[in-house]
Design a protein around this ligand. Structure first.
Ligand code: MD6
Ligand code: FE
Length: 222
């Protein structure tokens, strides 16, 4: 009976989870209700620390635009990758991590069984159609005992979820607006990437063809 009450209500969003591997789960729709607020925060952060295209150590310009919030931010240049306390573009500290960011990250982590997750860094990725992210591991964090929480907003993307070696086969996971992935433990160093973004229907309230991805990390030891 309860279901019938909501059957025709678009505002009720189904949530479910899909286990990708040990210690790796997709929480479908988990951030859907917060999406508008998260997007507003992204816009404010980008006013202070604009999206930029980093150069990789082998000299490629990344097609994904990036910025950060939190006490530490991920950066890349020809010398390598590292976390910095200040934005190399402005010389200022990175914008503070909004409460709403911390909350969704913590809630998702604990939902997936990782309690006490307190992120100190959030990398914000911006994709336009054609942007892609090559297969990589996230291993620049000192504290690898903590998971990563990843929130997808905007256009859908095909996420490649591989194994602990680059050559291992990848699962293809479609990530849509509001989906969250949490992975840590035995899966923490799995290779992963994003296929070139395809244009498509943009979810409200976005107007441009864009995908954002927030990755929350605990970089330093508590
Ligand atoms: C993206 N995500 O979804 C890129 N890394 O746009 C990542 O590179 C990533 O989703 C570590 C953990 C979760 C992620
Ligand atoms: Fe990554």
């Amino acid at each position: 009976m309860i279901e019938d009450l909501f059957a025709n209500d678009d505002s009720i969003i189904r949530q479910w989870q899909e286990q990708l591997a040990k210690d790796a789960v997709v929480l479908r729709g988990f951030a859907y209700g917060e999406a508008q607020a998260l997007l507003q925060h992204i816009a404010k952060i980008a006013e202070k620390a604009s999206f930029r295209h980093f150069v990789t150590p082998n000299g490629h310009i990344m097609s994904v635009g990036m910025t950060n919030c939190g006490t530490l931010g991920w950066t890349s240049n020809k010398q390598g990758y590292c976390y910095t306390k200040t934005d190399p573009l402005s010389g200022q500290i990175w914008p503070q991590m909004p409460k709403a960011f911390q909350q969704i990250a913590q809630q998702a982590a604990s939902h997936a069984g990782f309690t006490d997750f307190t992120p100190d860094a959030c990398l914000i990725n911006r994709y336009h159609p054609g942007s892609r992210l090559a297969l990589h591991q996230d291993k620049d964090e000192i504290d690898l005992s903590q998971p990563i929480v990843s929130v997808s907003l905007g256009l859908s993307a095909t996420f490649l979820f591989g194994g602990l070696q680059r050559e291992h086969p990848c699962q293809r996971v479609i990530l849509t607006h509001g989906d969250v992935i949490v992975w840590g433990g035995d899966s923490r160093l799995r290779y992963h990437g994003v296929l070139p973004l395809k244009d498509g229907k943009v979810p409200w309230p976005l107007q441009d063809s864009v995908r954002y991805n927030l990755t929350f990390r605990r970089v330093s030891l508590p």
